[in-house]
Design a protein around this ligand. Sequence first.
Ligand code: SF4
Length: 361
Amino acid sequence: MKDPASPRLKFEVLCHGIFPSDAALATLPINRGGKVVVRDYPTTSGLILRLPGDLYANARLRPDHPEHLPLDHDGVRFVLRSHAGAIPVDVLPPPQYALESRRLRSGKSIRMVAMTHADRVRLTPLHGCAYHCQFCNYPPLAYRQNTVEELAEALDIALADRILPHPHVLISGGTPRAEEREYTFLNQVYASLPSRFPTLKWDLMLAPRALHPGRHTRRTYGNFVQRLRAWGFDALSVNLELNDPAARQRHIPEKDAIGRENYLLFMELAVEHFGPGKVRSVLLLGLEPEEDTLQAVDALARRGVLVELSPFTADPGIFLARYPEPTVEGMESVRERAIELTERLGVPMQPFCVPCSHNIV
Ligand code: SF4
């Protein structure tokens, strides 16, 4: 079945980026350095645009890209100047607390702890990471913990500075070292934060793990996901990212060591405990052949997992900074085939929430 709402403009924004005119810059809020964006994870370091059709897109500022779309302001509203004319868009700038790089009581910059994208507040218990995924800018960062108190304080600030109503929370950030002390710290975060803010919806992004390090079995996975549910999480995000064994070994070595089959087992058990539509998995586009991506789509959808396709972004801060990015046509092709496949398997590619789909296709 053909996709009814064409996301071509969104793909162009994701692939080619935008650049604001002087009129747009004069309207957008800026930080002390005059910047309108906040440096963040590669797929979230941009302005979030709401495009016609209620499509959200993370728009990187790419003045050097020959096909970037100019973002202008005509005195009344923002417009994207595309080959189809001036297209009215809404711009969701970063939250004020991030532009001001507010500090917590501990003296830490809030940007190491929380960041809002559209209606989602991301909390980061671990800044830095024990893993070395080649498309990520976390590995070179110093590995640091943020305490439960810092996370709760940052969330309070973020809730008072909301971009859209009805925010929800995603706990993500770095993956812990496989040490008991690190796991205990994160277990405390998971066990205490959702219950302190029980009216919010909580989503947790993590790699397959058990309560303690080193135990990857059906029983230990099952016990852990059951516990996450009891602690108040509403949904889980477990990103398979790549399917091809060679690509996994090269680009995500630690995740490859856990094993593709263990990823699928963990998600299967998570669907059992959280229910259909409550477990999602990102697949990265552009780092392996389309057929591999589609094999992964099939394996995930058969287990009741929501598939999210996210284009690889050659951010200057990552190992793959010079690797070619996927094209608009490549995204269109794989998305169309993935839609067909997931609909046939009864797990259509609906994002968890619409604004959160700003970095997926
Ligand atoms: S697990 Fe990989 S993608 Fe996630 S933060 Fe660590 S290095 Fe980045």
